[in-house]
Design a protein. Structure first.
Length: 227
């Protein structure tokens, strides 16, 4: 019952009512036709036209998100196939030289890394003819002691002396690197290093899941052939 005083609905109340009754305009075509929403240009459009415009924008956004998800899925599928081929090649290796050739050629050809290096620690005479760099533990500790002390893969821009040790064939052209220590029962027996000419390619903040995985496979394959 009205007491004669003027009653006004707040904007919030109207908005909440329309949210609670989204079909309010379904049977009120005349009212809908009278509603207009101004554009910034000063022209006016009906509520239906505005709604269609909003839905169209959302549709474009959803298509872009879906396209991004599909491309990510395709890239993950390609990465899985490459990684599978690498792991199977390592499991099929009959000696240490085949292991070294497989990991280095796969990284170069399938993953298009600029350069990579497999380093084994020990006496070169014990390893014989193997397509990997063999360095003494003393030399490695002197040049890359901080990297050896870490049990996890690391990424970033390394010191010039570290680059020279890891990539002796191209120390001055490598801008950034990712390095994974290879270990057997807690003892480091080698390193797998991947280098890029781009200083921003391997950043200290990036993930190392793939490199760690490859390193873990080598942890289990290489010790079978160690002297």
């Amino acid at each position: 019952m009205s007491d004669g005083s003027e009653f006004k609905l707040s904007h919030e109340a109207v908005e909440q009512f329309l949210r609670d009754h989204p079909d309010f305009f379904m049977s009120r075509d005349n009212l809908l036709a009278e509603l207009n929403l101004p554009h910034e240009s000063g022209s006016a459009v009906s509520l239906v036209e505005r709604q269609v415009s909003v839905l169209r924008d959302r549709s474009v956004d959803m298509r872009q998100r879906l396209s991004h998800l599909l491309e990510t899925a395709r890239e993950n599928d390609r990465l899985f196939n490459k990684t599978q081929a690498l792991v199977l090649g390592l499991l099929e290796a009959d000696n240490l030289d085949e292991v070294a050739n497989t990991v280095q050629s796969r990284l170069r050809e399938d993953y298009q890394v600029d350069t990579n290096s497999l380093i084994l620690l020990g006496d070169s005479e014990d390893f014989g003819d193997v397509n990997a760099r063999v360095a003494s533990l003393a030399d490695a500790d002197r040049e890359i002691g901080a990297i050896l002390k870490s049990s996890k893969a690391t990424c970033g821009v390394l010191r010039e002396s570290e680059m020279a040790f890891l990539f002796p064939d191209a120390p001055k052209t490598v801008g950034s690197a990712a390095v994974a220590p290879l270990q057997n029962h807690g003892q480091t027996f080698g390193l797998l290093a991947i280098g890029s000419y781009d200083p921003e390619r391997y950043r200290s903040s990036m993930g190392t899941l793939f490199l760690t995985y490859v390193g873990n496979v080598l942890d289990r394959v290489v010790p079978r052939f160690l002297p």
